[in-house]
Write a protein that binds this ligand. Structure first.
Ligand SMILES: NC(=O)C1=CN([C@@H]2O[C@H](COP(=O)(O)OP(=O)(O)OC[C@H]3O[C@@H](n4cnc5c(N)ncnc54)[C@H](O)[C@@H]3O)[C@@H](O)[C@H]2O)[C@@H](O)CC1
Length: 486
């Protein structure tokens, strides 16, 4: 499990060290680790001594780190050049650079092979426009890429895209969410001694082993009911394919049984693809969790199918995933009945669906919510989870799993190749599978189960993409290969 903290929290953790008069020592420690990262990058491309490294140097301590790092690099024979972006630079850092034999220039030298981005760090406020950066130059960001909001990952103006970000003391939330995560490139976290002062993380991310534990192989004495039985209420006469995709991904994730409830045409397609599915028009059966929504449509039939699943879950206190069409149909009354019955409920909207859902069900928080969802998906998912008192898995370039009370996980596996019709259906099947598998007394919390499904979906997507462009059926297939490569 990886943990990240807001920029504000990291600054707060720094203050006891600053109060103890250790500010310069902290900066030198950070800069030394930054210089080591730069040397490693230089070595991977060519010689260190004799190469030219420039740093864009801002007016604050981020610039101070960059100046100290240049001074250390100068001592390794690097031609170290500071390029100020404001009207002043960190004095002690500048003095260190000058004493080491580095220089100041008003532009990035033509022979620079690497650029340190030391303009803005956790003290950045609001949007910013970067100066031109030479094409093809390796960029190492100091603490975080300039232009990224350390608290949210929002890029409100321009940004300098980094190949590597060397970040100090703790991962910042802005490095693991959205545009910030994209801008950061590879992220290296270095210890500078403020860790004891960090409180609870802002967000966490599951790593491979955490996610695979949720989709663990069967125990030697498991039988099909103990491995999990999932009920699927998806697909319609108009959109039958969604039913196949949900069932495919759920089966590929290793359940004991998948039960399908839906119209004949969709059931026939499901059975043709997967004869092992138990298909019928009703919801009676042994399902231990349900997923409802993909390809359901919005007519009366869809409403009554959803209502039937909700009642089944309420009666049996079963977990329920609501996706796609179900997000436009579910009522506040249904959600509250599910909660009162003790059901685990996960909603899986993308940004547009979440905005509509909030507009429809919790108009009190709808004002400005669309802008919030765009700028700060973590805050938007949290607010919706709190207001609806269910887990919200907000899908996007970063997928956010937020629980009422604030527990939040973010997953960045997979890329834009997953933005293709039907992948959401696969994800819904995986989330529901995670709930069905562990409904037999597993100790993993609901937001972690949803995040594990997002990990599996994203990782399978990357695997599928390695063979070229693909449709959602390939994701379902790649789920199996992701799980076999344990
Ligand atoms: N938090 C920590 O534990 C440590 C922090 N250090 C460094 O200190 C940084 C934070 O330093 P600061 O607090 O000085 O903040 P920054 O250096 O991030 O930025 C502050 C400066 O940038 C200007 N500025 C802010 N927003 C701007 C915008 N949108 N456009 C143009 N200028 C803008 C401010 O006027 C101020 O001069 C961290 O990111 C890190 O690099 C390290 O030295 C070591 C330890």
């Amino acid at each position: 499990m990886i943990h990240a903290y807001t920029g504000d929290a990291v600054r707060a953790a720094e203050s006891p060290v600053l109060r103890a008069g250790q500010g310069e020592a902290l900066m030198r420690r950070a800069a030394w680790k930054l210089a080591i990262g730069v040397v490693r990058e230089l070595r991977s491309h060519g010689p260190v001594a004799g190469s030219t490294v420039a740093a864009l140097v801002g007016t604050g301590n981020n610039g101070g780190d960059a100046l100290w790092a240049l001074s250390f690099l100068r001592r390794r024979g690097v031609n170290a050049v500071a390029v100020p972006t404001g009207d002043r630079m960190h004095e002690v850092g500048l003095d260190a650079l000058r004493r080491a034999g580095g220089r100041v220039a008003d532009r990035i030298p033509d022979d620079a092979v690497l650029l340190i981005d030391g303009v803005l760090g956790t003290g950045a406020r609001g949007g910013w426009e970067p100066p031109p950066v030479p094409a093809g130059i390796t960029v190492v960001a100091c603490d975080l890429p300039s232009g990224v909001d350390a608290n949210t990952g929002e890029v409100a103006g321009g940004v300098i895209l980094a190949d590597l970000t060397v970040t100090f003391g703790a991962l910042k939330t802005g490095l693991v969410v959205g545009a910030g995560a994209h801008a950061a490139g590879r992220v290296e976290l270095v210890d500078i001694g403020i860790e004891p002062y960090l409180g609870e993380p802002d967000v966490s991310s599951l790593e491979r082993d955490d996610a695979l534990a949720v989709f663990a192989p069967p125990a030697w004495d498991d039988h099909k009911y103990r491995r999990g039985v999932l009920g699927v209420c998806a697909g319609s006469e108009q959109y039958p394919g969604a039913a196949v995709l949900v069932c495919s991904s759920a089966l590929a994730s290793g359940l004991g049984m998948v039960q399908y409830a839906g119209p004949q045409r969709a059931a026939n397609l499901v059975l043709t693809a997967h004869p092992e599915v138990v298909a019928g028009s009703g919801v009676e059966g042994k399902a231990q969790a349900w997923v409802a929504g993909p390809g359901l449509g919005s007519d009366e039939d869809a409403q009554s199918r959803l209502a039937e699943v909700v009642e089944t879950c309420v009666d049996g206190a079963l977990p329920l995933v609501l996706d796609a069409s179900a997000l436009g149909l579910v009522t506040l009354d249904q959600l509250s009945r599910l909660r009162n019955a003790g059901c685990e409920v996960v909603l899986t909207p993308h940004q547009g669906e979440l905005v509509k859902l909030v507009d429809r069900l919790v108009p009190d928080i709808a004002d400005g919510f669309a802008d919030l969802a765009k700028a700060d998906p973590v805050a938007a998912a949290r607010r919706a989870a709190e207001a609806l008192a269910v887990v919200v898995l907000l899908k996007g370039s970063t997928t956010v799993s937020a629980a009422p009370g604030g527990r939040t996980l973010v997953q960045n596996e997979g890329g834009a190749e997953l933005a293709t019709a039907g992948t959401g259906d696969c994800l819904a099947g995986l989330v529901a599978s995670a709930l069905a598998r562990s409904s037999q007394g597993g100790s993993v919390a609901t937001p972690e189960k949803a995040a594990a499904a997002a990990w599996l979906h994203g990782t399978a997507g990357s695997k599928a993409a390695s063979g070229g462009p693909f449709g959602a059926s390939s994701v379902a297939r790649a789920v199996r290969h992701t799980l076999t490569a344990r």
